[in-house]
Design a protein around this ligand. Structure first.
Ligand code: SF4
Length: 689
């Protein structure tokens, strides 16, 4: 029996893997504070892909995109990649090569990938799909508290609260075991959809506020206004633990309940009732998710929710708080170790001279050789093949032709690359476009650490060896780095050695891992970062002071603004996107698991029956959904509680069922998060069924 953690979301449920009589692994849930013996159907079926016939086990190469792939040995594939990269760099400079990583990679892979980009390639062109996940919450958390650790408290604390406000999160569907922590508190769910979580909130005496997509910032300001109007703000906390309230309030002062109702569609009495429920609770949390974060104003929207939490005196108090529900498996660790365009390991800025000097010393290079900040994921993808943009890309653990906004455009850009190298264990839609595909090991075949949504570092353990012919991502990085002239010892292939180096590289940094070790992890100790080499780490941050130099949290003045695009007679509806229980991210893995594929085999578009009728659609019919950027097809699913102006599509499907054919790449000015959650669309019957 091997005890490890699920390969999918940031809850990182613990599980036991038992070898069956034929060597196949079966799953049993394990007791762990986040999942408390529960798993969702994705976790239960997570071993199926290990022995799937769709598994890649041989490197694939084609010298011409119009050719089929040919199976080759590793040396042929790696030599080809190294030779092409070397030539491109000599012709066009180091930034001609891009690296695209993932929030699914272990901490060790994230770290080594960032080091590979900066040392072996010397490129600034590295970012990852976590940019599409929690970057707005990370930016807002950093500016409010001086530090972003998604949940600065253990998940289990939620169970003791009286009220939890969930802004743009649907854990009943995306992380079902999390609902075990939310059964006692009353929930206030903010979501344009009548989601499974919204239904549970109403069932348990809570509330569902359904704002028009793109108006949640106004709703947060309206809730702050309503709480202030009724004298419910925590003035002592505001005076003692924060700065900037008066400036932030000047913006919120205009958001009378009636005005907020006009902007959001949420009735004024509901706004007042929700403000009262939250403010009067003995123990309350405000949690944000992708629904409120994936906007061209996502950072300001999260700031508005944090301002509300601060005004009610919640963050940094035992039994109350603000947190972000990170989505991807290593969404938290993935943003700490240097695969993000603007960051170095330890969650330090790449333009911080002290951090650069320290890291250069650890890596044994001159500081001036470290590249500066590069473009964000969306901008990087948009520049592929441009004169001054990258002409080659190395992709690990991501599938941007399905998961990036304006997917048709991304596909066109990727097709312009001179060299696309994808390391993956299945033929994802992005791998299918590649020149070289490198087959890699899966989660249960290698060791490594992940950092879950509460900042707790966890150990993944190998339960079975990888199939013959497959290499780990660390081995792939090492093989490419050495072919590009790097010393072998600079790119270790042993995960524990990389973890030790992460500890050295992050000593004293905000995300300090210097005290994380396999021994401590194996002992079951709860290591929520920062984990210094000495002392006991605390799962609860900010109880005494926030991470700004003066110890106070910052109110950030923010104001409502409309989405990047609005409805017109040609595009009269708003589309919003999200996830369903059976699939994960781009679906490259879960669409290949038989039970999950059977449960949700195709894309659907959820809408109100009246919306369907107005557009000539009925339940089960195929619809074409079209935005200014492209179109997709999906089966109509009627929902009597849907907003009349909004349709919802899951984004797990590819090609002509890809919801991201519709989405808007307009970017948040701070986090560079695209506007996944609001696209103006029209729906009509699809006749080519
Ligand atoms: Fe748990 Fe998430 Fe895995 Fe489901 S997908 S079992 S909620 S970690």
């Amino acid at each position: 029996m091997t005890t490890t953690h699920c390969p999918y979301c940031a809850l990182q449920c613990a599980m036991h893997l038992d070898p069956g009589p034929t060597g196949e692994l079966t799953v049993r849930p394990a007791e762990f504070p986040t999942n408390r013996g529960g798993l969702c159907r994705k976790g239960w079926t997570s071993t199926e892909l290990l022995s799937s016939p769709q598994r890649l086990t041989r490197p694939l190469l084609r010298r011409n995109r119009t050719d089929d792939f040919t199976e080759v040995d590793w040396d042929t594939a790696l030599d080809h990649v190294a030779e092409r990269l070397t030539r491109l760099r000599a012709q066009r400079g180091p930034d001609a090569v891009a690296v695209f990583g993932s929030g699914a990679l272990t901490n060790e892979k994230s770290y080594l990938l960032g080091k590979f980009a900066r040392l072996a390639l010397g490129t600034s062109q590295i970012d990852y799909n976590g940019r599409f996940c929690m970057s707005s919450a990370a930016a807002a958390g950093t500016r409010a508290f001086g530090l972003d650790r998604g949940m600065p408290f253990p998940l289990a604390d939620l169970a003791g609260a009286e009220v939890v406000l969930l802004a743009g999160a649907n854990p009943a569907e995306t992380m079902p075991p999390m609902m075990g922590h939310l059964s006692a508190p009353r929930l206030i769910v903010v979501d344009p959809r009548h989601s499974a979580t919204a239904a549970q909130a109403l069932h348990n005496g809570g509330m569902h506020l359904a704002p028009r997509p793109g108006s949640d910032l106004a709703l947060a300001l309206g809730l702050l206004h309503a709480a202030h109007l009724e004298g419910l703000l925590d003035t002592t906390y505001i005076a003692e633990r924060t700065t900037g309230f008066e400036t932030a309030w000047r913006n919120a002062a205009a958001f009378w309940p009636q005005h907020t109702e006009h902007l959001t569609g949420v009735p004024a009495p509901q706004i007042r009732a929700a403000a009262r429920m939250l403010a009067k609770a003995r123990g309350a949390y405000v949690l944000t998710g992708r629904g409120t974060e994936q906007h061209a104003k996502g950072t300001d929207t999260v700031s508005a929710w944090i301002n509300l939490a601060l005004a009610l005196g919640l963050p940094g108090r035992q039994g109350s708080g603000y947190g972000c529900i990170t989505g991807q498996g290593n969404g938290q660790g993935g943003r700490e170790h240097g695969q993000k365009a603007d960051q170095l390991p330890g969650y330090r800025r790449i333009d911080d001279p002290t951090a650069r000097a320290e890291l250069a010393r650890v890596w044994g290079v001159a500081e001036r050789t470290l590249p500066g900040p590069g473009p964000s994921a969306t901008e990087l993808l948009d520049s592929l093949g441009e004169d001054t943009g990258p002409h080659a890309m190395l992709l690990l653990g991501a599938n941007p032709v399905v998961s990036a906004p304006d997917a048709t455009h991304v596909r066109d850009r990727m097709a312009r690359l001179e060299l696309l190298v994808v390391a993956d264990f299945v033929m994802s839609e992005s791998a299918a476009m590649a020149d070289v595909v490198l087959p890699t090991a899966q989660w249960a075949e290698e060791r490594g650490t992940m950092t879950n949504l509460e900042g707790r570092v966890l150990r993944r353990r190998a339960a079975t060896p990888p199939p013959a012919g497959v290499r780990t991502d660390l081995e792939v990085i090492n093989a490419l780095a050495t072919r590009l002239g790097q010393p072998d010892e600079r790119f270790p292939t042993d995960p524990d050695t990389v973890l030790a180096e992460i500890g050295t590289a992050t000593t004293g940094a905000p995300a300090d891992y210097s005290g994380v070790s396999p021994t401590r992890l194996d002992s079951g100790e709860a290591l929520h970062w920062p984990v210094a080499a000495t002392g006991t780490p605390t799962p609860r941050l900010f109880l005494d002071s926030f991470a700004h130099p003066d110890g106070r949290a910052r109110f950030v003045p923010v104001n409502h603004r409309p989405p990047a695009e609005d409805t017109t007679p040609e595009y009269p509806l708003l589309a919003t996107t999200g996830r369903v229980m059976g699939h994960y991210q781009s679906g490259a893995q879960t669409r290949r698991v038989a039970e999950l594929a059977r449960a949700e085999p195709q894309a659907h578009v959820e809408m109100h029956p009246d919306t369907a009728a107005r557009n000539g659609l009925v339940q089960g019919q195929w619809a074409r959904v079209t935005s200014r950027r492209g179109s997709t097809t999906a089966q109509v699913r009627l929902h009597p509680q849907a907003r009349l102006d909004t349709v919802f599509l899951p984004f797990h499907y590819d090609a002509d069922q890809a919801a991201n054919n519709l989405t808007n790449p307009a970017l948040d000015p701070t986090s560079r998060m695209p506007e996944f959650k609001v696209s103006a669309v029209r729906v009509e019957p699809h006749h080519d069924e």
